[in-house]
Design a protein around this ligand. Structure first.
Ligand code: FAD
Length: 63
């Protein structure tokens, strides 16, 4: 089996950015692209639930 050399992540929302962090920590290089040239945030961050806090904690991202 051929080793993964680089992963292309399409979409720079929270899912894409989280995946880029996680893969990077596993030694897998990524390219992350987004169709929005301004790369604007979609949500407004009104609420952050427990699972989100736990996921941020695992990623080492302070919320
Ligand atoms: C008004 C509003 C308020 C919200 N408030 C909250 C909140 O308070 N708390 C909360 O937890 N959640 C909130 N949400 C939900 C939250 O924004 C989403 O759950 C979250 O953004 C999903 O993340 P995602 O990475 O899956 O997708 P998205 O954030 O939608 O990111 C997808 C990215 O992919 C890009 N993309 C899409 N198609 C392509 C393509 N073909 N090629 C290249 N790039 C592409 C888009 O430009 C986008 O940047 C809110 C959502 C909205 C709309």
């Amino acid at each position: 089996m051929t080793a993964v050399q680089k992963v292309l992540i399409v979409g720079g929302g929270i899912a894409g950015m989280s995946l880029a962090i996680r893969l990077g920590r596993s030694g897998i290089a990524t390219d992350l692209i987004d169709r929005d040239p301004e790369w604007r945030a979609v949500g407004t961050g009104i609420t952050i639930t427990g699972p989100t806090f736990r996921a941020f904690g695992e990623l080492g991202v302070e919320a």
